[in-house]
Structure formats: structure tokens, C-alpha cells
Ligand binder design. Structure first.
Ligand SMILES: NC(=O)c1ccc[n+]([C@@H]2O[C@H](COP(=O)([O-])OP(=O)(O)OC[C@H]3O[C@@H](n4cnc5c(N)ncnc54)[C@H](OP(=O)(O)O)[C@@H]3O)[C@@H](O)[C@H]2O)c1
Length: 308
């Protein structure tokens, strides 16, 4: 798939941009002129990627962040408010996995995973939805150097008098009219593992299933608002996260191809973006199976039924 056309976003915020799918998406967007604000906890990975992308037409601006910390997420947006900035595209991709079976079940391990995959994503959705739906300040009155920079190159409006102390201090408008390019687009990365229960994935699958339901619900609420919300449900993609898997992963996709599929999906009007299609469609079909057939099939396919 080629991406010959100019992309409709000037700026994007991607969580989990330090490696894996988020890093590949950052590479692709930067190579098409997008300024990407990339978040992750590991600052070195963000800086390495920034260096790698220094010759692209876009650029990566590292915004280190732990999405489990709601105050830190809110602070980032207060800083962006101060600089009259809001990204055109938001991709909430950060996530983790910790496979464990019923024999190792632990409330703490469930919480640790859900804190990132579910609550962390919610922490990010909160300030984004608030601004996309209630703020109208983000107009096209920006010069070519739109968006805040961090560090010595900072060209932001330091003279601006509008420096809200708290989110509640900023003025509300019932319907935001525009962001930088008029685009207000959010994509949430869940997983096809959220469709039905899979072995050793009780906590991972539960979090991803919750994200799917959450996005379906928000999508209905957002009808007519001008905010485009999409759900990304990948199958297996080769990343540091799946490198830990000891089983053979069917239809494993390379991350650069996954990034291309994501961008193609973001450019479409589809609510759900899935890849590799044949594998994910098969999992979708499995949702229709009665439990006894489903458990038998998955048990056979994964070896989980060997002890029965
Ligand atoms: N790979 C697959 O086969 C696959 C399949 C379906 C869905 N997914 C989903 O796709 C997304 C990306 O997965 P991936 O395979 O690219 O994983 P990955 O290679 O492990 O990358 C995950 C990224 O998320 C960041 N992250 C993790 N916890 C974070 C936190 N608390 N705050 C901020 N950033 C955090 C990581 O950086 P730090 O650790 O430095 O924070 C890293 O940059 C995840 O949501 C995953 O569930 C992946």
C-alpha cells in the first residue's frame, strides 16, 4: 500500500511511541510531514527515535509520560493549553502484556495490566474528549511552526496571557469548531484478543474487551459531533511485546506493514481497523460459536486443552 497523498494531519499525539507499533506509526507519519508528539515512559527510546527521524519532513517531539498517572496526563494538556495547542490526531496505543494462567492468577498482576491498558487509555481520553468537544480556541491562526516545542528551540507563544491554572479555569464552548487543521480524530488501540477469552490472557483480554465496548459506546455518543473515533484491533504483530511469546503466532505481521494498515484505516470512514484481515475475521467468526465449540476449538488450537 502506498501513501502518496499528503496526510490530513499536521500534528499527532501517539502514546507508546518508543517502540513496536507506536514507533513504526511515528516513523510513517513523520516521513509524511506530520509533527508527532510521542509519549512513553522510556525517554531514551523516544530520543533515539527522534534522532533517527531528524531528516524526515515531519519530526518527533518526545513527550515522556506515564499514562497511569492521571495528573501527569492532565498537566501535559494544561501545558498544551498554555501554548494554545491541541493535536489534530490522537492515537492511544500504549499498552502492555503479562501472560499468566489461572494457576498464577493474582489481583495485583491484573491491576498492573489494567492500569496501563484500560485506565491509562481512559486517563488520556479524558482531556482529549474534553478539548475536542468543548473548546473552540484551536483555530488555524498558527504560523507554519505550529505546535509547541520543548527545549531550546521553543517557539511557542511565551507572551500569551492565557495561562489557565486548572482545566476548569478555561472557558467552555458547547461545540468546538476546529482544531489546527479542522481534524479531530482519535484512535484507540485495543486487540482482537478482546473479542473472546483466550488462554493466559484473562487480564489482557478483559482490558482489551473493555476498550472495545468503551469505544463502541463513545462512537454512538459522538455521532454528529465532528469528532472521529476509531478502534484498532490488530492480530499478531512482531514487536518487543510479542517477542516474549513462546508459541508460534499465526499470520504474524511486520510492524511497518501494521503501521501502513493503521494509516490507511485512519484515512477511511471505517470504525474498526483490523489486520491481518483474514486472521482477525476468523476470530470475529469465532464470536458466533457456542461456548462448547469455541472452548474445544481454542483448546485444540492453542494446546490449552491438553490436560483435559
Ligand atoms: N504486537 C501485537 O501483536 C499486538 C496485537 C494486538 C494489540 N496490540 C496492542 O498494540 C499496542 C502496542 O503494542 P506493541 O506490540 O507495539 O507493544 P510494545 O512493543 O511493548 O510497545 C508498547 C509501547 O507502550 C509504551 N507504554 C507501556 N506502558 C506505558 C505507560 N504506562 N505509559 C506510557 N507508555 C507506556 C511502551 O513504552 P514504555 O514501556 O517505555 O513506557 C512502548 O513504547 C498495545 O496496546 C498492544 O496491546 C499489540
Amino acid at each position: 500500500m502506498s501513501l502518496n497523498n499528503r496526510l490530513p494531519w499536521n500534528t499527532a499525539w501517539i502514546t507508546g511511541a518508543g517502540r513496536g507499533i507506536g514507533a513504526e506509526l511515528t516513523r510513517l507519519l513523520c516521513s509524511h510531514g506530520v509533527t508527532v508528539y510521542g509519549s512513553a515512559r522510556t525517554t531514551e527510546q523516544l530520543h533515539q527515535l527522534q534522532q533517527e527521524l531528524s531528516n524526515t519532513t515531519g519530526k518527533l517531539i518526545p513527550v515522556p509520560l506515564d499514562i497511569r498517572d492521571p495528573d501527569a496526563v492532565q498537566q501535559l494538556f494544561i501545558e498544551w493549553d498554555r501554548q494554545n495547542f491541541m493535536p489534530d490526531l490522537v492515537v492511544l496505543n500504549a499498552g502492555s502484556h503479562d501472560p499468566f494462567s489461572a494457576y498464577e492468577f493474582s489481583a495485583q498482576r491484573c491491576k498492573d495490566l489494567l492500569d496501563i491498558n484500560l485506565q491509562g487509555t481512559i486517563n488520556c481520553l479524558d482531556p482529549v474528549l474534553y478539548r475536542y468537544l468543548h473548546r473552540s480556541e484551536y483555530g488555524p491562526d498558527y504560523g507554519p511552526d505550529y505546535g509547541p516545542d520543548y527545549g531550546p528551540e521553543d517557539k511557542s507563544e511565551s507572551g500569551s496571557e492565557r495561562q489557565p491554572e486548572t482545566l476548569k479555569a478555561v472557558s467552555l464552548n458547547p461545540v468546538a469548531k476546529r482544531t489546527l487543521t479542522g481534524t479531530r480524530q482519535i484512535a484507540v488501540v485495543s486487540s482482537s484478543a478482546g473479542y473472546r477469552g483466550l488462554p493466559t490472557a484473562a487480564a489482557y483480554g478483559a482490558g482489551k474487551a473493555a476498550l472495545i465496548n468503551l469505544c463502541e459506546s463513545l462512537r454512538l455518543d459522538l455521532q454528529g459531533s465532528g469528532v472521529k473515533l476509531q478502534l484498532i484491533n490488530p492480530g499478531f504483530v512482531r514487536t518487543p511485546l510479542t517477542d516474549k511469546n513462546e508459541f508460534s503466532m499465526p499470520a504474524l505481521m511486520e510492524p511497518d506493514e501494521a503501521a501502513r494498515r493503521i494509516v490507511k484505516g485512519l484515512l477511511s470512514d471505517r470504525f474498526e481497523i483490523v489486520f491481518p484481515r483474514r486472521f482477525v475475521y476468523l476470530l470475529k467468526l469465532f464470536r458466533l460459536l457456542p461456548y462448547n465449540v469455541y472452548f474445544w476449538l481454542i483448546g485444540k488450537a492453542t494446546g490449552a486443552s491438553k490436560d483435559e
